[in-house]
Design a protein. Sequence first.
Length: 177
Amino acid sequence: MNQDKEWIQQLAQGNEDCLGHIYQKYRLDIINWLVTKRQCTLDEAKEIYQITILTLYENVLNGKLVELTSSLKTYLFAIGKNKLKEHQRKKSKIVDGFLFDHIPFEATLEEKYQLEEMFQQVEAALKQMGEACRKILELFYYKKCSFKTISTMLQISSIDAAKMKKKRCLDKLRKLV
């Protein structure tokens, strides 16, 4: 617990080496937990762990975390659990807000089959699209990135150009479905 307290103080002072130590110390435990107990893929678990560590760092720097009321490991597990839930919610959403991983309980059997069929059509259409279109739709709908972020990541000249490209890709997807 004293080590945890010291690490939080060092992080508050901007010590990134300390962040590296924390990253290494809890990496295997949390990734294994995500894979074995939460049925994540290894790649998802690694991504969620990285986001968890960044969230810890941000919480310390912006003053949300000043003092731990539990162990640092417990705190990281809690963040990881929340980030996993957030990831699963985003993953279940697709174009124009259709939810495919979560079919409403009230839906009739016929509606459930229709939704499943639509999901398969969208999935097949996405596979037919070029990498650039798939990427922009993924960043916008799955990862909820802003157009500024998308234009930077995909090296698109402007925010408006990214919006137009997303619109064209979405139109193309609709035609394929």
